[in-house]
Unconditional design. Structure first.
Length: 72
């Protein structure tokens, strides 16, 4: 996972990110690997750090990046 140690989030942002991650995972067929969850979380963290606060947008971007982004 990328380094987000210099980033802080409000409790509200953490709640939005948690919801976006859970909603993202819920759309995927089981079992969902920890690698996939890490990739989704990384995208959600990055996009939230950049200012997005809509959980549906966070979910959509995380799932989209999962489909088109290179696997790390």
């Amino acid at each position: 996972m990328k380094d987000f140690s210099d980033t802080s989030f409000s409790p509200e942002a953490i709640q939005l990110m948690s919801q976006a991650l859970q909603d993202s995972v819920d759309t995927l067929p089981e079992p969902v690997s920890s690698h996939v969850i890490h990739r989704l979380a990384e995208t959600i963290l990055r996009v939230t750090r950049d200012g997005e606060r809509d959980p549906k947008v966070l979910q959509r971007l995380a799932l989209l990046e999962l489909q088109i982004g290179p696997e790390s």
